[in-house]
Design a protein around this ligand. Structure first.
Ligand SMILES: Cc1cc2nc3c(=O)[nH]c(=O)nc-3n(C[C@H](O)[C@H](O)[C@H](O)COP(=O)(O)OP(=O)(O)OC[C@H]3O[C@@H](n4cnc5c(N)ncnc54)[C@H](O)[C@@H]3O)c2cc1C
Length: 343
């Protein structure tokens, strides 16, 4: 095929193995490439590696992962990313892959993605492709009635999503939005370091674990944090270098608050709109998942492998340990093929 991606663009990169998705499967594929001496690059749609573990259930205790019993999924994902990503020659975060093409002439894949922060479009070429896109892109939820977000520079740190980094909050004025466990965890962490923290929830009650509610109430009594229930953000804007949010309560009364950061912890929408891209590439799809050969993790397209929750085969289990096995196996097959080609 000789499609539009065959036209070279600025900033192109070339690698032996391109891995799409920095969930558990993709991160372990990077690690395995490092161990096998393969040059890899990793492309991830969100700003934070870790996939579902980080985005969907960071506070939940893990099960079924040997040696990690009771570990919080977010901690596990962070430790994995620290360990694994050092082996990628380059990791592109905040970059959503929206086009993949295979060129018969060079026997390579061309992978196109846009950097959400800069708008720059990259096209990377790779000998081998590992698709580890799991459940798809996870987009953070924001209040549906809120206006103004589109005018905020995505590179500014005004608007954040589920940020669990104590240092980030030091000395800052912060509004944390949400009433579940992730909002509670964020608020408690921020209360320890920030100048002031408001935990804002649109409902009359928080919906997190009882122990967390008790802890939040204690922080409220010691004036380290305030709770604004029945409030919803309706507008967000920057004016005269001030960062402002407008929140409306159940009686339709508005208050404007000047903040350093607003942190949305309202969950994520999962969108697996990539089937068309997979089909265009020629991948065999079953039940909206990529069919692979379990012996090799190979897809129906030459030199293209798929691992983790995006794949289907008989008795496939969607959990962490199979992701590790599948990623390791795909890389082993690529490495062995390379060794054979040198013999
Ligand atoms: C609530 C819940 C609890 C769970 N608890 C456990 C548990 O206790 N133990 C266990 O073993 N398993 C558990 N699982 C299952 C486990 O989390 C998954 O099997 C595993 O995380 C899948 O990893 P993955 O890498 O295949 O996919 P994902 O984690 O979905 O990662 C895919 C990554 O690819 C990125 N991506 C997608 N499309 C693109 C694109 N086009 N371009 C660039 N990047 C892209 C996404 O942003 C994401 O980061 C749980 C799952 C859920 C939902």
């Amino acid at each position: 095929m000789n499609g539009p991606l065959s036209q070279p663009l600025n900033g192109d990169d070339r690698c032996e193995v391109a891995i799409i998705g920095a969930g558990i499967a993709g991160m372990y594929a990077v690690y395995s490439c490092g161990m096998g001496g393969l040059d890899s690059i990793l492309v991830e749609a969100t700003e934070t590696p870790g996939g579902q573990c980080m985005a969907l259930y960071a506070e939940k205790a893990l099960y079924g992962v040997p040696g990690q019993y009771g570990e919080r999924a977010g901690n596990f994902a962070e430790k994995m990313s620290n360990e694994c990503l050092q082996y990628a020659r380059r990791t592109y975060l905040g970059c959503f892959v929206d086009e993949i093409e295979r060129t018969e002439e060079t026997d390579e894949f061309l992978i196109r993605f846009k950097d959400q922060a800069t708008g720059h479009i990259h096209v990377v070429s790779a000998k081998h492709l590992i698709i580890a896109t799991g459940v798809g892109r996870m987009t953070p939820c924001v209040p549906s009635a809120m206006s103004g977000l589109e005018h905020i520079d995505p590179r500014s740190d005004f608007v954040q999503y589920y940020r669990m980094q104590r240092d980030f909050y030091t000395g800052k004025v912060v509004v944390i939005v949400g009433g579940g466990d992730s909002a509670a965890d964020c608020a408690m962490m921020a209360a320890d370091a920030a100048r002031s923290v408001v935990l804002m929830h649109k409902k009359p009650k928080l919906v997190c674990e009882a122990a967390k509610i008790a802890q939040i109430e204690r922080l409220q009594q010691s004036s380290k944090l305030s709770i604004a229930l029945n409030y919803q953000i309706v507008e967000i804007r920057e004016a005269d270098s001030k960062r402002l949010i407008v929140a409306r309560n159940a009686e339709e009364m508005d208050i404007t608050i000047e903040v350093d950061h607003v942190v949305f912890c309202c969950g994520f929408v999962v969108n697996n709109g990539m089937l068309a891209m997979f089909r265009n590439l020629g991948l065999e799809i079953e039940d909206n998942l990529i069919k692979i050969d379990i012996n090799t993790m190979a897809t129906s397209v030459k030199n293209c492998y798929a691992v983790g929750d995006v794949v289907t085969y008989a008795n496939k289990k969607k959990s962490i340990v199979p992701c590790l096995f599948e990623a390791d196996r795909a890389v082993r097959i690529i490495r062995n093929a390379r060794i054979r080609s040198f013999q």
